[in-house]
Write a protein that binds this ligand. Structure first.
Ligand code: PLP
Length: 409
């Protein structure tokens, strides 16, 4: 059976050119970049080149890039590092209610340590409205963190507008751009962000390496103390092969991003139109157009998303119910709940995230296979409206049916 990978937001296949670039830094050029000898100098030179490539991808200065172990660490360093260094100015932080757990759980930790957090609501498409930010700002607000694109529903946030509001009040603005870097073009200068997180494995680079853009003049308290690597912001011998990998992935993204986004937008639209047309009582989660080129997230009435993921897996399709990190939990996704969905609707959701290897024929095969599996699950579902046990449940009312009617938004 041919397998189709539609889970690129969880992680992507490492590009062969990235692997080829990394291998010599494990085999021959294995020096420590801090060493003075030739081995060390080779490693340092490669790391500098990679820093320049990563910086170019987001229009930053190479000195504004701090290499980390991935998106989670970048988010932790941005949030904890910033507020610990600036706590004399205030203790209030603003984030959105749909942030990744790397931001949400970091803020929960900060709250336990004396900081106050405001969670901005989103509309039913997952957009953070600038006026809600304006209203939430207090005299003691020191940091705003709003993700660039949501990893579950793909909605892209107006970070330029949001960052402008923050900077007009001299408040730092961080964005978790883990799902967008390498996929949509980002210019940290024109967006006006103070800090930006990225992760290599989301854009065809290796796992375990990422970066944090820290605008010149922003002060961070390091989380890791030691030899003073990364200009004192992140001690530990650098992951040179990984850093070479993120550099190569950045170079490839600069060449391919535009054509890839055009192709994926076309496939995504085919996917959305096909699924909504073929499956009754299906809906799209997230904004119809302000969304990642590769993301389609649906909800199906009377369905349990995990069951659907497993059935589609048996047919060769790798999909996800939400973010990879929340699949271990029985709680409905906080993102879908923030959109205003009921827990049973959130549980009936499915995320498809395509990548540059995906083909039009795979989208068509998926659209052909899905209705049968949805129908089988609905037959078995205790939530099916045909089941007299649940026909009188409030969420099964005709009013609700209007809301769930198949529509392309
Ligand atoms: C939006 C977002 N932020 C942060 C992360 C964490 O990145 P990493 O897996 O590199 O730690 C992810 C990964 O799923 C993500 O999607």
């Amino acid at each position: 059976m041919k397998r189709v990978y539609f889970d690129n937001s969880a992680t992507s296949r490492t590009d062969q050119a990235v692997i080829d670039a990394m291998l010599p830094f494990m085999k021959e050029h294995y020096g420590n970049p801090s060493s003075l000898h030739g081995f060390g100098r080779e490693a340092k030179k490669a790391m500098d080149a990679s820093r320049a490539s990563v910086a170019k991808l987001i229009n930053a200065d190479p000195m504004e890039i701090v290499f980390t172990s991935g998106g989670t660490e970048s988010d932790n360093l941005a949030l904890k590092g910033f507020v610990f260094a600036n706590k004399n100015k205030g203790k209030h932080i603003i984030i959105s209610s749909i942030e990744h757990h790397a931001v949400l759980h970091t803020c929960e930790y900060l709250q336990k340590n004396g900081f106050e957090i405001t969670y901005l609501p989103v509309d039913s498409d997952g957009i953070v409205h600038p006026e809600t930010l304006e209203k939430a700002i207090r005299p003691d607000t020191i940091l705003v963190s709003i993700m660039h694109a949501n990893n579950e529903i793909g909605t892209i946030e107006p970070i330029g507008e949001l960052a402008k509001i923050a900077s007009s009040r001299s408040i730092a603005f961080h964005t978790d751009a883990v799902q967008t870097v390498g996929h949509v073009s980002i210019d940290v200068k024109s967006e006006g962000v103070s800090m930006l997180s990225m992760s290599a494995h989301k854009f065809y680079g290796p796992k375990g390496v990422g970066a944090l853009y820290v605008r010149k003049g922003i002060r961070l308290e390091p989380l890791l103390h030691g030899g003073g690597h990364e200009r004192g912001m992140r001690s530990s011998t650098e992951n040179v092969p990984g850093i070479v990998g993120i550099g190569k992935a950045s170079e490839i993204a600069m060449d391919e991003m535009k054509t890839e986004a055009e192709k994926l937008t076309r496939l995504r639209n085919m996917m959305i139109d096909g699924v909504l047309k073929k499956i009754p009582r299906s809906n799209l989660n997230g904004h119809r157009t302000k969304r990642l080129p590769n993301n389609a997230n649906f909800r199906f009435d009377f369905i349990e998303g995990e069951g659907l993921v497993l059935r589609m897996d048996m047919r060769g399709f790798a999909l996800s119910t939400g973010s990879a990190c929340s699949t271990k939990s029985l709680e409905p996704s906080h993102v879908l709940i923030a959109l205003g969905l009921k827990p049973e609707q959130a549980h009936g959701s499915l995320r498809i995230s395509m990548g540059k290897d995906n083909l039009e024929e795979e989208v068509n095969q998926f659209i052909d296979a899905l209705p049968e599996e949805v129908a089988k699950l609905r037959e078995m579902s205790p939530y099916n409206e045909a089941n007299p046990m649940v026909a009188n449940e409030p969420w099964c009312s005709s009013e609700d049916h209007d809301h769930h009617e198949t529509e392309v938004r």
